[in-house]
Design a protein around this ligand. Structure first.
Ligand SMILES: *[C@@H]1O[C@H](CO)[C@@H](O)[C@H](O)[C@H]1NC(C)=O
Ligand SMILES: *[C@@H]1O[C@H](CO)[C@@H](O)[C@H](O)[C@H]1NC(C)=O
Length: 403
């Protein structure tokens, strides 16, 4: 064998080694997912390298890559699409063209991306909003909140809150022909986090008279306290959201100071003064047996009180909606929760289902056994997966029947 063919063989082995990731048995289109995941890993490595060289912040590299997927607000035969602002917060607005007598339904959608990346203009989000507007003949407002590392908590929360509160005014609903009794807030991942937080905080806002009919939380992030849940352990290196990236997203939501990231990575970031909060995320009592498997519940490891004082946001229910008392859950709207088996955030969603059901809130829980985190991102070519379409259809069908 010549040197050339030896080099070629070596290169192929290296590429194969790089692309190959163990994909759970029950997942379809394994090779396509492997290639997509190799793409994600490459971006992560480029971002790490650029950060190490001091050229760019890690999230800026991710943001640059996701912005390739941005699309202009183009109207089509069914939906009029415009970029606009409500009370100074930007949003992409989808208005169905179909003439209909009577009032329309409305969905306020909050995109994911770890509070750091993504946007309503990203192709999959744009498509999801079009499908929703078209299928439900509903007005869809896709919120463009500000992101980390430029802006930290509570800016993301406040941007979403501002827009929701503005939209829920009767005068605004009349202007858009929206039925005040048929409004939903939805979001995926970090967007599900913001949706859940906003829905909770609205309950205490006496200025808001219109109530949400539904909240739809799609593989949401709901707590900061325990980053060693069974789902974090079982899915530490699954596509497309490894634990290390989730920890980075969480810490970056509050600060760029790496000491919080390091403490979160070892799950020792919560100060002993906040020990009373652990009961709200106690997976030993909140997870059904099938998700506990052979994991053993261990008492929390406490961190320094310095971090908690410096970055109180990570103990704030506006960032971690599971950290509220049961009384704060009463009055929440009918809740749709979608969780994915192979997802570090799986148990966040499942624990919220348990907590809401315990206080009598109506919850519909769709647990997808063969799904990974971020499934809804994979609905546009060339990175579309049958899974993405299946999850999107499931969610939109449910909304259409229940909103
Ligand atoms: C418009 O709606 C019809 C009926 O739902 C659908 O078949 C068609 O593909 C839609 N057009 C676009 C551009 O989405
Ligand atoms: C969590 O629940 C288990 C029982 O299911 C209990 O033994 C443990 O003390 C609880 N821990 C906290 C911090 O609430």
């Amino acid at each position: 064998m010549g040197t050339k063919s030896l080099c070629l063989l070596l290169a192929s082995v290296l590429v194969a080694y790089y692309v190959y990731t163990p994909i759970p048995e029950n997942i379809e289109e394994r090779w396509k997912l492997m290639l997509i995941n190799a793409g994600f890993r490459t971006v992560a490595h480029v971002a790490e390298f650029a950060e190490w060289l001091g050229l760019m912040h890690y999230m800026e590299v991710l943001m640059m890559i996701t912005s390739i997927e941005y699309t202009a607000p183009i109207s089509d035969e069914n939906v009029t699409v415009t970029d606009t602002k409500f009370n100074n917060v930007p949003a992409r607005l989808y208005i169905p063209r179909k003439q209909s007598s009577g009032l329309k339904r409305a969905v306020i959608y909050i995109h994911g991306g770890g509070w750091c990346v993504g946007g309503s203009a990203m192709e999959p989000y744009d498509l999801l909003s079009r499908w929703t507007a078209n299928k439900l003949n509903a007005v869809v407002i896709s919120v463009e909140y500000r992101l980390a590392p430029m802006y930290h908590f509570p800016v993301q929360f406040e941007d979403v809150y501002t827009i929701v509160k503005f939209f829920l005014q009767n005068s605004v609903l009349v202007q858009y022909g929206v039925d005040p009794n048929r409004i939903c807030i939805s979001g995926d991942s970090a967007g599900g986090n913001l949706a859940a937080a906003v829905a909770q905080q609205l309950l205490d806002d006496l200025e808001v008279k219109v109530k949400l009919k539904i909240q739809a939380l799609l593989y949401p992030a709901l707590q900061t306290l325990d980053l060693d849940l069974p789902s974090y352990k079982d899915n530490e290196n699954k596509p497309i959201l490894p634990k290390s990236l989730m920890v980075r997203f969480w810490s970056e939501y509050f600060t760029t100071d790496v000491s919080l990231q390091e403490a979160m990575a070892s799950n020792s970031h919560v100060p002993a003064e906040s020990s009373h909060l652990f009961r709200f995320v106690n997976w030993s009592s909140l997870l059904p047996e099938k998700f506990k498997k052979d994991h053993v519940y261990a008492s929390p490891i406490y961190g320094s009180s310095r971090l908690g004082k410096k970055y109180p946001g990570f103990l704030d229910p506006r960032a971690a909606p599971l950290l509220v008392d049961d009384t704060k859950l009463l009055g929440l709207p009918v809740t749709y929760v979608l969780t994915c088996q192979h997802d570090v955030l799986r148990d966040d969603g499942i624990m919220y289902v348990s907590r809401l059901r315990e206080v009598g809130i109506e919850v519909i829980h769709d647990h997808i056994e063969d799904a990974i985190h971020g499934a809804l991102m994979f609905i546009t070519s060339p990175t579309d997966l049958a899974l993405g379409h299946r999850v999107a259809n499931k969610y939109i069908e449910w909304l259409n029947i229940n909103l």
